[in-house]
Design a protein around this ligand. Structure first.
Ligand code: ATP
Ligand code: MG
Length: 398
């Protein structure tokens, strides 16, 4: 009898001793939570198995699994016993479903038990010979149209003709919580995804230009949130209507310094939020030299008052590399729709690119930044996303 399952692999490199079992347990828990009660998720011999009762759901389930940090790859598979003739027939049936029909193939057999009577190479040859006999296909070991993977684990054999790359990285919950300064642009969603992939729980913090303009950027950030939430690592997005504070800054401060002052306030709010959330670090999508506010001097000036680490995973990336990841993770189309957020509002014509700290300190002395931070925390709203690793703070420190 054959059943439908997803066979999930994870990178074992660097996983030793207790780390390994913690990693595996977390990944199983996270997958169970995200897939829901209808699916049984269990560990077998260095892999994870997800039973899929309805065959027509298997592609969708495999896709959802592939998005989850810790997953190296996933293969939608047919599960049979250890009978060679059954392996051959099921392989044939799996190939017959592929369109367009493949012209070339190879078999890649693997055994996790050495008690199986045939070697991997013998399995390759036997199943290969059967497929040559019953189809028009030829063998091509180097560049086949289809690779028939036959994996013998325990008393079972898994036959797969598709292998989907996973997110990689570590299961969410392995690395603590961070506050991500999240806009609807290309960079910060990619930066957030990369840190969630390293096992962190992401809490987004978005500043919109509301009430000065309608709150489209917040809606867009929430849509981006839906995509990031497929990882199970985005717990919540806070949004702050920032327009009034920007207006106040803009009316007090030289135009060329405005952006830097907005950013300083954002960092100050993020740091206070980190305290309330017990988050250990902040995260931005900054990339060195990409725009005026991201020169070394300006990066220093904007984050000067922050005492916890600021992660900038894209700092050395080129835009095209960032865009590639945005496409892969699915945020590209949303980020490509330009909307006004608080940073596009009240933009100076020529921003300062290499600010001296003394000028920033002088500007800060003219503003009541602590009051701005209090006001932001006061009006802040939020939306939750499914994350089994997150406990919301009982109260936000205001
Ligand atoms: P992004 O593509 O992430 O918007 P960017 O290339 O537009 O980045 P900046 O606008 O200078 O560059 O923003 C630098 C970083 O500051 C962003 O990556 C993000 O972390 C943070 N940031 C910018 N705008 C906002 C916002 N409206 N709310 C929260 N964080 C923001
Ligand atoms: Mg931006």
């Amino acid at each position: 009898m054959k059943t439908h399952v997803c066979l999930v692999s994870y990178h074992e490199l660097g996983l030793k001793g207790k780390n390994r079992s913690t990693f595996e347990r977390r990944l199983v828990d996270n997958l169970s939570f995200l897939l829901g009660e209808r699916f049984t998720v269990r560990k077998i011999h260095g892999r994870i198995l997800v039973d899929v009762a309805k065959a027509e759901e298997i592609d969708e389930v495999a896709y959802r699994i592939s998005r989850v940090p810790g997953v190296a790859n996933v293969m939608p598979s047919l599960c049979v016993g250890r009978d060679l003739s059954e392996m051959c027939h099921v392989s044939l049936r799996a190939i017959e479903k592929i369109t367009p029909a493949p012209l070339t193939f190879r078999v890649t057999a693997k055994r996790s038990n050495t008690d199986f009577e045939m070697t991997s190479q013998e399995l390759n040859e036997q199943i290969g010979a059967f497929l040559v006999e019953h189809t028009e296909m030829h063998v091509d070991l180097k560049n086949p149209d289809v690779n028939v993977r036959v994996t013998v684990i325990g008393g079972k054999t898994f036959i797969s003709v598709i292998k989907i790359s996973g997110a990689g990285g570590l299961p969410v919950g392995s690395s603590g919580k961070l506050i991500s300064l999240l806009s609807s642009g290309f960079d910060s969603p990619v930066a957030t995804w990369r840190m969630i992939r390293r096992g962190a729980i992401g809490i987004g913090l978005h500043f919109s230009a509301a009430p000065a303009v309608s709150d489209t950027s917040t809606r867009q950030v929430h849509e981006i949130g839906e995509i990031l939430a497929e990882t199970g690592g985005l717990a919540r997005i806070y949004s702050v209507p920032f327009g009034d504070i920007q207006r106040e800054i803009a009316s007090t401060i030289y135009p060329d310094l405005r952006i830097l002052l907005y950013r300083r306030v954002m960092f100050a709010v993020a740091q206070r939020l980190a305290q309330a959330e017990n988050a250990k670090a902040l995260l931005t999508g900054e990339s060195l030299g990409q725009v005026a506010s991201q020169t070394m001097e300006n990066l220093i000036a904007t984050s000067e008052g922050v005492t916890i680490p600021i992660f900038r995973p894209l700092i050395g990336d080129d835009k095209h590399e960032i865009i590639e990841i945005a496409k892969r993770i699915g945020t590209y189309d949303l980020s490509a729709q330009a909307v006004d957020d608080c940073c596009t509002l009240f933009m100076p014509r020529s921003p300062e690119t290499h600010v001296k700290l003394a000028r920033i300190h002088e500007a800060c002395a003219q503003l009541d930044i602590e009051r701005f931070v209090d006001e932001c925390l006061e009006v802040m709203d939020w939306q939750d996303y499914p994350c089994n690793r997150y406990t919301a703070p009982k109260t936000l420190i205001k």
